[in-house]
Design a protein around this ligand. Structure first.
Ligand code: NAP
Ligand code: MG
Length: 487
């Protein structure tokens, strides 16, 4: 595949990249069962569903769909394993987590390719971002397992018991790591439900969990669609629920759990703002904005999907952004040069198209990569952005969860803050300026769980992540992330 992705020739960009395909192919079974009590089991429901490679539309494997009996069996296994795991010394629990972290590192290439094939994200992201962070999360929490007393001011924390954990499709293995590592470090057992479109890496991790001899029942993985998720979240055996996904489903889970006293962590949607002041380092800010919205096809809950640029530099900034966008390479996610891969599912592609159509109908101006040749099979949406966006436009308000940026301007710092906070969400924000005092002043005034200054989309296992307002509550990562998993 040789291509020029440029809509019009750009200086220095009239050359082509040679293909750089990742050649490693992991072994993929024809069928996967449910991981319950340390073994892969046929679903009692008798139901299976396909998992698809979104870059080709081809079926990769058939996966078990857990029904009520299956979730019951997983919960029973988790409950039976809970007392012994809770009594296992922290040093021993830590050893299991260290072992898993090391096996994940050893299998990183296999898992990265699998993640890219099942979910559509570029291999350079799965390889350089997802898998290193997955291992880091287990290493980090392995370190906490025998030091929990010091984490909680000398008190002896006790585990909660069985945790129901439900994760989305945008960072499949990373979300599994964010959920499993703190739960296990604190001595809980788990029933995990991966997203319907991206279960494969969690199932391959289950094999590593077998290899490291983690006691059966400590981790159980039940695959399936939304209904399986509902069964996990509302099961009577559950003592803690952690959910990452849409605000609508998060709200439903909260309603269902309202009559019971179940601690809940919700990581939901976002419509995060990147604020660029005229005194910012413009080239760096452009790179930050690009990574904020076009990383992982915009399938990022904290994507910087609203760009607020100080009016005096709006025109040159938009020109620089357009030039940078034209250099992005869209296509085969297994090509190591690809910047923007496939959209995760047909449903998500339809949603992006609908919202972009609404933006055009409302009068915003679309700047896209029209002449980019997209592969014929699979699901694709080239990076684009809107200018002429009013705060009332749907593209300024609704989470698109695709590679679509809405550009607006502001005149004063107060206006920037007001506009950035004018959303029901509050997951993240970015501030770009040369002035340290302005960084702190603006960051302090952001209604957002995470604020990045002169950078964007930086993650670390020891740094807590989570939202405010309709982006959810509770934190994952760091000391804060441990709190949800102890009594
Ligand atoms: P979603 O429907 O909320 O899915 C998240 C997880 O919850 C998946 O495992 C899903 O299973 C499961 N689920 C669905 N219905 C459930 C229910 N009633 N009870 C319990 N679990 C349930 O999100 P989505 O459909 O993947 O994406 C829709 C929107 O969610 C996106 O456009 C975006 O706005 C948002 N989103 C946010 C994040 C984030 O990190 N904050 C991540 C992904 C998506 P199935 O996959 O099998 O449906
Ligand atoms: Mg898939």
């Amino acid at each position: 595949m040789t291509r020029t992705d440029t809509p019009e020739p750009l200086s220095g960009a009239d050359w082509q990249y040679s293909p750089a395909p990742e050649r490693f192919r992991p072994e993929i079974d024809a069928e996967y069962g449910l991981f319950i009590d340390g073994e892969f089991k046929e679903p009692r429901s008798g139901k299976m569903f396909d998992t698809i490679n979104p870059a080709t539309g081809d079926r990769l494997a058939r996966i078990a769909e857990a029904g009520e009996d299956d979730v019951d069996a997983a919960m029973a296994a988790a409950r039976a394993a809970a007392p012994r795991w809770a009594k296992t010394k922290g040093t021993e629990r830590g050893k299991y987590l260290f072992r898993l972290a090391r096996r994940l590192q050893e299998c990183a290439r296999e898992l990265a390719v699998l993640e890219t094939m099942d979910g559509g994200k570029p291999i350079k992201e799965s390889r350089d971002v997802d898998l290193p962070l997955v291992a880091q999360h287990f290493f980090y929490h392995a370190g906490w397992a025998d030091k929990l007393r010091w984490a909680f001011g000398g008190r002896e924390p006790r585990p909660r018991g069985v945790c129901g954990q439900i994760i989305p499709w945008n960072f499949p293995l990373m979300m599994a790591a964010w959920k499993l590592a703190p739960a296990l470090a604190c001595g809980n057992t788990v029933v995990l439900k991966p997203a319907e479109t991206t279960s494969l890496t969690a199932l391959h991790m289950a094999r590593l969990i077998q290899e490291i001899d983690l006691p059966p029942g400590v981790v159980n993985i039940v695959t399936g669609a939304g209904d399986t998720g509902r069964l996990v979240a509302t099961h009577p055996a559950v003592r803690k629920v952690a959910f990452t996904g849409s605000t609508a489903v998060g709200r439903r889970i909260m309603e269902e759990l309202a009559p019971r006293e179940i601690p809940l962590t919700l990581e939901l949607g976002g419509k995060s703002a990147n604020i660029v002041f005229a005194d910012a380092a413009i080239e760096q800010a452009v790179e930050g904005v690009v990574s904020g919205i076009w990383f992982n096809q915009g399938h990022v809950c904290c994507a910087g999907s609203r760009l607020l640029v100080e009016e005096s530099i709006l025109e040159p900034f938009v020109a620089a952004l357009r030039e940078r966008m034209a250099q992005l390479r869209v296509g085969d996610p297994l090509d190591k040069n690809t910047d923007v891969g496939a959209i995760n599912s047909k449903a998500q592609l339809d949603r992006i198209r609908t919202l972009v159509g609404e933006g055009q109908a409302e009068g915003a101006i679309l700047h896209d990569m029209q002449s980019t040749p997209l592969p014929e099979k699979g699901w694709w949406f080239p990076p684009c952005f809107f200018t002429g966006v009013q705060p009332s436009h749907s593209v300024a308000r609704e989470e698109i969860f695709g590679p679509v940026l809405s550009v607006m301007s502001f005149r004063t710092p107060d206006e920037a803050v007001r506009r950035a906070n004018a959303t029901p969400y509050g997951l993240a924000a970015g501030v770009w300026t040369d002035k340290g005092s302005k960084v702190f002043e603006i960051a302090r005034r952001m209604d957002a769980g995470v604020v990045w200054c002169n950078t964007y989309n930086q993650f670390d296992a020891c740094s807590p992540f989570g939202g405010v307002k309709e982006s959810g509550f509770g934190r994952e990562g760091g000391l804060h992330g441990l709190r949800g998993y102890v009594r």
